[in-house]
Design a protein around this ligand. Sequence first.
Ligand code: BGC
Length: 417
Amino acid sequence: MLRKLLIGTALASGLAFAAHAEDVKEVQMLHWWTSGGEAAALNVLKQDLAKEGYAWKDVPVAGGGGDAAMTALKAMVAAGNYPTASQMLGYTVLDYAAAGVMGDLTETAKKEGWDKSVPAALQKFSVYDGKWVAAPVNVHSVNWLWINKAVMDKIGGTEPKTFDDFVALLDKAKAAGVVPLALGGQNWQEATMFDSVVLSTGGPEFYKKAMNDLDDASLKSDTMKKSFDNLAKLVTYVDPNFSGRDWNLATAMVIKGDALVQVMGDWAKGEFHAANKTPGTDFLCYRFPGTDGSVIYNSDMFGMFNVPDDRKAAQVALATATLSKSFQSAFNVVKGSVPARTDVPDTDFDACGKKGIADLKKANEGGTLFGSLAQGYGAPPAVANAYKDVVSKFVHGQIKTSDEAVTELVKAIDDAK
Ligand code: BGC
């Protein structure tokens, strides 16, 4: 469908700009980095490019997880109005590449040695048909807990190692009159949390089969049903106002001590960082109970569009800056993610960042690095959207039982495939 919509626009856009001879010294970037921590991270990039004489034309489309941004991108590209680059997740990059609208950064990649420094798991989504079409910015991971340390001390809590430990900890917070679980009731947040629940409930092999291979028997299994039971249990610990809440407002509840914990990708750490909070002193980062040793990842990619010739120099400057070692450190320290290259020292990262880097390396080597289904790295967008929809209907009571949730999930994924 994307292909049909986009056909013809590549040519149109090329012609429209063909008359310009001089390079346009501007980078136009579509993204959904609109929270405090995200904006601070983006500033690192803007400043790097400004030093090289490139102006920044911002196209922000709010909405964590990027669904609204991707709708805006589709409209821009269909109109032949290509941004220099767009923030994108995994399978979406491949969709646009298949539609023939992406540029080719292979020359830059060769010069910069990206083949050697970018992990294979990311190259799978940034290289299409032998050509580099995207520059990976970072590696995020979703199976984390973010905990307010003062609240944890007050309730006498310790790191939960199993799902049952986690429930016991949430009970302690409840008994102390604190909101146990800060959740934003939007489908992508609920599904992002469910990724971790599935991994915790079924283990690494099960996660891979169900959430990356879309294995029918696994999706239909009692383990998947149990995963929904566990999700239902967690939802009993959220406050009554959770529906529709933005993810960063849920993080703010934990930062302020109004809630004990948020289950969220490590972009949440960007909010703690922006609020000058220190891990170990103000907050704690633990792996989601029962998922230690595995990493569910997503990576923000800057998808590079096939812009007219006079805008290509700016694109190369953006791509080069993005994958430079110094930027990979400076940006990811602020963003909460870890570098998209394997050769960046962890010196400047805080304790959670150092753990993130070490965990990624171990998972990558040990075969326990898995794509997040909620975050575009488990399956193509249609399947991911079907998944988010079913999980959200379950959380909000439109799907009433775990049995029904499993049936609906299998059906929705089948229809989307
Ligand atoms: C992106 C993160 C972003 C988060 C919330 C995720 O999909 O990968 O970079 O911070 O959404 O906006």
